[in-house]
Write a protein that binds this ligand. Sequence first.
Ligand SMILES: [Zn+2]
Length: 267
Amino acid sequence: MDATQAIAPLTCTQCGGELHPDEGQVFLTCPFCGATVYLDKSRVVFHWYVAPTLDADQAAAALRRWMSGSETVKDLDAKSQISGQAFRYFPLWYFRWTEGGREQVTLQPAAATSVTELARLNLPAGDLRRYDPALDPDSEPPSVPLEAGVEWFKQGRAGVQIEETALVHVPIYLFKYLYRGQTYTAVVDAASGGVHANIYPAKAELPYRLVGGVAALVFLCLALFPVVGGIVDSENGAGLGLAICAGVGVIAAPLLMAWAAWVAARV
Ligand SMILES: [Zn+2]
């Protein structure tokens, strides 16, 4: 008697038919109804995938668009070099539940990964397809047990009833790119074209703060001229100080604005 026979027979999530997986088999197509399922120890859950809508070139174009956007450092698309691009189907645990009459779906990475961006993947609405064994070469099997996924789900959701649990493979392009000698990672969702990156060459905030700080200081100094003038020479001092303040202010304002524009163009 082997371990798989010691437990109750596994049955199909859809039709209830008895399943007889081979030793170590985790992805299975029901011989009775054709449903695709995933076997996690003694549990059987539906197994779906999301079809990609972007090919490799379109995914690279989506990455370039994101790089030329306002979040990243200026001209990142021109100054960086894509050093790696890999396509795969990444596994997520899918939990469907209801809150206040509204259907909710929560996802959790089902494989251990150093790519933290994968935790932010989401699903395009209503586009789950029956998993196809032809995808096996590109799909990563789950390495996080379903139980651990359920435990994670229940944290902070005491008493919530999970109505449906499934395994979903989502298509992604994993990019590596070089910028100023450093390698960065970005994930392009091959279904939505969304780009996920946790660490990237961002616009620097310091130069903007510096411009703002210096401008405030310059005008504060200028505003002191009439005050100091008034103290030094009570008759004409205030008027003279005001004239200096206005005169220098007229010169300083365009200079500071030009500097701000220069910083904005560079950063
Ligand atoms: Zn079935």
